[in-house]
Design a protein around this ligand. Structure first.
Ligand code: 13P
Length: 255
């Protein structure tokens, strides 16, 4: 089964006012079993990827949604200073991990090969991988979007065969934090293209396609209405709990 998902990527930020004020009253259960079951089902498509340092606090305050990490090491253990392994994030309650975010590519020189290795670790360890791909502004302006995506996809997915679910997040680098976005129609077509290419080089039983880049309360619905958009990966707007919940509610309305 594919996995629609609306993910908050807090990056290296903590919501202003702290985690307790980020959490909206709707996100917390009373001790009532019916309420708990209802909310568990309501929030089953919500993912939150805080900085690792704040996972436990979030887990203690929030009963719903999925917790995720923003990255994992491509190694399993040992002398890798600064890295955090898949087993360690699982131990902290994470069930998904963002991989290959453009900020990791830009600031830490992460390559498609690294992302490919991390993807395979996630699948082996039963972590839902959320793999980011997307073109730079320069490539976009040069009309090379599909060419760049094809190369990223080939280097990450070639020969992969899995019955597990994979999430692909299309995040044009030029749309991240800029207030600019492609049109929902463009994203829809690009997701179809990504799907076609992935299916031609890999055997993946279930893939979801989510969009990231300047998603907010105003534009979220127009993306969610598209048939090939199964959710969103949200940076800036996810730091405000109310705004994130509003976007999540928009997602459920169009689902
Ligand atoms: P913004 O929503 O701030 O543009 O960030 C998108 C992003 O990078 C999510 O991973």
């Amino acid at each position: 089964m594919s996995h629609p998902l609306v993910i908050a990527n807090w990056k290296m930020n903590i919501p202003s006012g702290g985690i307790s004020s980020w959490i909206q009253s709707e996100m917390v259960s009373t001790n009532d079993e019916v309420d708990f079951n209802k909310k568990s089902s309501y929030f089953k498509f919500m993912g939150i990827a805080p900085p690792i340092s704040h996972l436990s606090e979030l887990e203690n305050l929030l009963n719903f949604g999925f917790l995720g990490s923003q990255d994992i090491s491509r190694f399993n253990d040992g002398a890798k200073t600064g890295d955090i392994s898949a087993d360690m994030v699982i131990d902290k309650g994470c069930t998904f991990s963002i991989l290959g975010h453009s900020e990791r590519r830009e600031f830490y020189n992460e390559t498609n090969k690294d992302v490919s290795e991390k993807l395979r670790i996630c699948l082996e360890k039963n972590i839902l991988p959320v793999i980011c791909i997307g073109e730079s502004l320069e490539d976009y302006n040069a009309g090379k979007t599909l060419e760049v995506l094809d190369m990223q996809i080939k280097e990450i997915f070639t020969s992969l065969s899995t019955k597990k679910t994979v999430v692909i997040a299309y995040e044009p680098v030029w749309a991240i934090g800029s207030g600019k976005t492609p049109t929902p129609d463009d994203v829809n077509n690009i997701h179809q293209h990504i799907k076609d290419i992935v299916q031609s080089i890999a055997e993946i039983e279930a893939i979801s396609f989510i969009y990231g880049g300047s998603v907010n309360c105003e534009n979220a619905k127009s993306f969610f209405q598209q048939t090939n958009i199964d959710g969103a990966l949200i940076g800036g707007a996810s730091l405000n709990g109310k705004e994130f919940l509003d976007i999540y509610n928009d997602f459920l309305e169009t689902f």
